[in-house]
Write a protein that binds this ligand. Structure first.
Ligand SMILES: *[C@@H]1O[C@H](CO)[C@@H](O)[C@H](O)[C@H]1NC(C)=O
Ligand SMILES: *[C@@H]1O[C@H](CO)[C@@H](O)[C@H](O)[C@H]1NC(C)=O
Ligand SMILES: *[C@@H]1O[C@H](CO)[C@@H](O)[C@H](O)[C@H]1NC(C)=O
Ligand SMILES: *[C@@H]1O[C@H](CO)[C@@H](O)[C@H](O)[C@H]1NC(C)=O
Ligand SMILES: *[C@@H]1O[C@H](CO)[C@@H](O)[C@H](O)[C@H]1NC(C)=O
Ligand SMILES: *[C@@H]1O[C@H](CO)[C@@H](O)[C@H](O)[C@H]1NC(C)=O
Ligand SMILES: *[C@@H]1O[C@H](CO)[C@@H](O)[C@H](O)[C@H]1NC(C)=O
Length: 789
């Protein structure tokens, strides 16, 4: 790892400094933040104004050719091109709320007037589009703009000059999309023709839909019901949301895509990226916006399932639905949004860790590849697959979004530095003559002539909000949430009251449709009663090896700035910190900042064009200012030499049946659980002289003299200890639980099991209990798992 020399950086940034002498770079004082805020705003205008001049009223602008980009009118089945381009001026509609957040009333008003004059009020447009994309970009954009225009507390409030027509437009569009739900299952078709519904649409493009696309219109449509009191939007889309959740496996994991015609799943794994991402997002955000306890339950259960079955230290893996084992060693660019959602849920600590992996990817590529493979491929698996098999990056917003949430939650300048880096990279690598082009290949830097609508509606919005610390949204006391397309949504308490008292569902077509769907559900449930669960007591004992970590850290450092002592792994910085500054917690106290670089050294390879690009977190000027604190020197945790594995206690088939989430995100002290059944436990093998996962040295005295025999009887007692009923023997190795159901245990935390072990004699030899009431696994004591009865 190399730290970019200060001199180089100064030259790169000289241009900025010339115009911004009122601040010291990385002091992040008011003037500096204001400078970046204005820069971000101007970048947005560069894209938006060019679109309006060169491409409006068409959907998009070619940022390199500098003319309009439209759908493929010749080939309706060209879904890659057409899905998000309905010939409805999508870039402008999707940008409305960025204008609102900028407080730009003039452009906001102008855009709304253009919608009134230019856009077909009935959306009777002969184009086939994706229901989900049209919902989040267009319907969501119209609804959020309507909220802004009618809220007197907002800068772009339009008062009496606005008659509320956007809400009627939103309703007209929703009526065009809703026929997609008229399937036998009640799950929506992926696409629909805005003028002709599903008539004459090629059946091939209606066969498969993904979980997010089927579940998520619920959010925008429910808001529409709140605002119009017509409850059909809510009921029809909510039925589909609940049905997607009902497709979950016994482990509460949801398949990523299935057929809207017969619910057949197309795959048997899940993750947090493409196809499933917004399901989680809208379960939580719907719970907040609509104060909906059932959605909250869905969020709790689904997030618990992910934590239990899919969580690695640094990302959520793609896991098998019925066993929760990692099946594909990659992560999607889209999953970068997930840490932001964790922040919203209150799991900030884990969010900071998950965000780091994406930060390292950004260090490498100045972008996030669509897919990155974290495990080096060996000859016998998928030979010769590049670590970036899908190498494009269309300036997606998810990493900026997560950075925004983490900054708002922690106020750690670390995240301002991330935002600063993103800002510089956008200027350097993505800005074109008339807009911003995505990268076709992050390894070569080849551009694609495309500016997706989310660049203006999301990427720049979140970046702007990071620097605009005083934005009106940040002091808003209503429960504002961002839609998955970054459109802010909120409801006033009067909206709740009027919705509850006035909602109606008059439309007989949709009412009858839902009634039929529910009848079919009841019939299906009856026939599945035959499939009795076989109550045979059985055990399944899974173990999975974790990759062994190489414990030698190597840093090539800028000697006059940072020196790293290899042995203790302590970084010490020079002493010129200015007292009015606080420090960055992530830089100064988080002791696993470089573990990712190390763990994934084989697949986090820099493209040759970036060989001398330094890691953003170690940029000298930033580091010098922020990496220290009054209490202690920054530290790197020593990497473990122990091995870890996972155990699933599938006792009486309870693995799948367990439904009592551990409602905590980490355990600092002792954890009590009712029984072992269904628990997924991470276990570390300790031996004298090892470094454990907490970075501590394991000493013989702490693991010796632990009784080993199983009090359940002689079956497993080795012949050599006959007679000695309770002798203690020296144990060369011992186990320790380090996580239970995805809840990490702090050093010294004990897991107490409050009921007697239920496995009895049948499992002796595999499971047991010693005379200290400790759990035994294969006759090895698990030193911190105690039966407390
Ligand atoms: C698409 O939009 C353009 C510009 O508004 C319009 O001229 C054209 O007729 C539209 N095409 C369809 C199929 O609606
Ligand atoms: C809709 O567009 C398709 C293909 O672009 C065309 O074949 C069809 O005639 C149009 N239908 C109507 C009702 O305009
Ligand atoms: C439903 O029908 C009632 C009675 O005809 C009518 O007053 C009401 O406006 C209708 N509501 C909606 C949402 O269409
Ligand atoms: C992998 O790439 C190497 C070198 O390019 C080649 O010799 C080898 O045949 C490839 N293996 C497979 C399975 O394609
Ligand atoms: C650990 O890394 C060092 C330096 O890269 C290397 O020399 C050594 O072989 C590695 N050890 C293992 C066990 O991979
Ligand atoms: C946790 O349990 C251990 C062993 O059972 C006990 O010694 C310790 O006091 C407990 N700690 C707390 C914080 O309850
Ligand atoms: C863990 O226990 C050891 C030995 O009792 C003690 O020295 C150490 O301070 C404890 N660490 C924490 C983090 O509680």
């Amino acid at each position: 790892m190399q730290i970019t020399r200060a001199g180089t950086l100064f030259l790169l940034c000289c241009f900025d400094l010339c115009f911004a002498s009122s601040f010291q770079r990385f002091s992040f004082n008011k003037q500096e933040l204001e400078h970046y805020r204005l820069e971000t705003r101007n970048l947005f205008y560069h894209g938006y104004d060019n679109y309006m001049q060169l491409a409006y009223p068409h959907d998009e602008l070619y940022p390199i050719k500098c003319c309009e980009r439209t759908r493929n009118f010749q080939d309706e089945a060209d879904v890659v091109r057409n899905d998000a381009m309905g010939n409805y001026s999508s870039t402008m509609v999707d940008s409305l709320t960025t204008l609102a957040i900028l407080g730009d009333k003039a452009r906001f008003r102008e855009a709304i007037n253009l919608i009134r004059t230019d856009l077909d009020p009935d959306f009777k447009i002969n184009t086939t589009v994706q229901v989900f994309e049209t919902t989040i970009r267009i319907l969501g954009g119209l609804l959020s703009a309507h909220l802004y225009a009618t809220d007197p507390s907002k800068k772009v409030y339009l008062g009496s000059e606005y008659d509320g027509f956007l809400l009627q437009r939103a309703r007209n569009l929703a009526d065009r999309l809703l026929p997609a739900y008229l399937t036998k299952t009640g799950l929506p078709l992926p696409r629909i023709n805005l003028a002709n519904a599903y008539h004459n649409v090629t059946p091939k493009i209606l066969e498969e839909n993904n979980a997010a696309a089927m579940a998520c219109p619920m959010f925008e449509f429910t808001l529409l019901s709140y605002l119009t009191h017509d409850d059909k939007y809510q009921q029809v889309t909510r039925y589909a949301f609940d049905k997607v959740w009902a497709q979950r496996s016994e482990l509460d994991l949801i398949p990523m895509s299935f057929s809207p015609h017969n619910q057949m799943a197309f795959n048997h794994y899940t993750g947090t990226g493409a196809s499933i991402d917004s399901f989680y997002e809208y379960a939580l955000k719907g719970a907040i916006l609509f104060q909906d306890d059932q959605l909250w339950e869905v969020w709790q259960s689904s997030y618990y399932a992910l934590r239990k079955h899919s969580k690695d230290d640094w990302f959520f893996a793609n896991v098998d639905l019925s066993r929760g084992q990692v099946v594909y060693p990659w992560i999607d660019s889209l999953s970068a949004f997930f840490p932001g959602l964790q922040v919203l849920a209150g799991d900030v600590q884990d969010a900071q860790q998950k965000h780091l992996l994406f930060l390292k990817l950004w260090n490498n590529y100045a972008g996030i590849p669509e897919r990155w493979v974290f495990q080096p491929q060996t000859a016998d698996t998928l030979a010769n697959i590049s670590e970036v098999p899908l190498p494009w990056y269309p300036l997606r917003p998810e990493f900026v979004e997560t950075t925004y949430f983490l900054y708002r939650a922690t106020k750690d300048v670390f995240y301002l530095k991330v935002a600063w880096t993103i800002l510089q990279d956008i200027k350097t690598f993505y800005r074109t003559k008339c807009g911003f082009a995505g990268l076709q290949d992050v390894t070569t830097g080849q551009l694609q002539d495309r500016m997706e609508t989310f660049v203006l509606s999301e990427t720049f919005k979140y970046l702007y909000l990071i620097f605009d610390v005083d934005n009106e949204l940040h002091t808003d006391s209503s429960n504002v949430v961002f839609s998955t397309e970054a459109h802010p949504m909120w409801l006033r308490s009067s909206d709740f009251e009027s919705y509850r008292s006035q909602k109606q569902f008059n439309d007989t077509l949709y009412r009858d449709h839902l009634t039929h769907c529910r009848h079919r559900d009841v019939a299906a449930r009856k026939s599945s009663l035959d499939q009795f669960f076989e109550g045979i007591s059985r055990y399944v004992f899974h173990r999975s090896e974790q990759p062994r970590i190489n414990s030698s850290l190597e840093f090539e450092t800028d000697a006059d700035l940072v020196s790293m002592d290899q042995a203790s792994c302590t970084i010490s910085a020079s002493n010129d910190i200015r007292s009015e500054f606080s420090y960055s917690h992530m830089l100064s106290e988080f002791d696993r900042l470089f573990e990712v670089d190390h763990l994934f050294a084989e697949t986090l390879r820099k493209p040759t064009r970036f060989l001398d690009r330094g890691p953003m977190e170690l940029e000298p000027d930033f580091y010098r200012l922020w990496c220290r604190n009054s209490k202690r020197n920054p530290k790197c945790r020593v990497l473990p030499t122990t091995e870890s594995f996972e155990v699933i206690f599938e006792l009486d088939s309870s693995f799948a049946k367990r439904r009592v989430p551990l409602n905590r995100y980490s355990s600092l002290a002792n954890l009590t659980i009712a029984n072992l059944a269904g628990i997924r436990m991470q276990i570390e093998t300790l031996y004298d002289g090892a470094i454990d996962i907490y970075g501590e040295l394991v000493e013989a005295q702490n693991i010796a003299h632990v009784p080993r025999e199983n009090v359940y009887g002689a079956m497993t007692c080795p012949a050599t200890v006959t007679g000695a009923v309770r002798s203690s023997v020296m144990v060369p190795t011992i186990y320790r639980a380090t996580a239970v159901d995805g809840v990490p245990l702090a050093l010294n935390a004990t897991v107490r099991i409050s009921s007697l072990p239920s496995f009895g004699k049948a499992l002796t030899g595999i499971l047991g209990v010693n005379s200290d009431n400790m759990l035994l696994l294969d006759d090895v004591p698990v030193m911190n798992v105690i039966f407390a009865v």
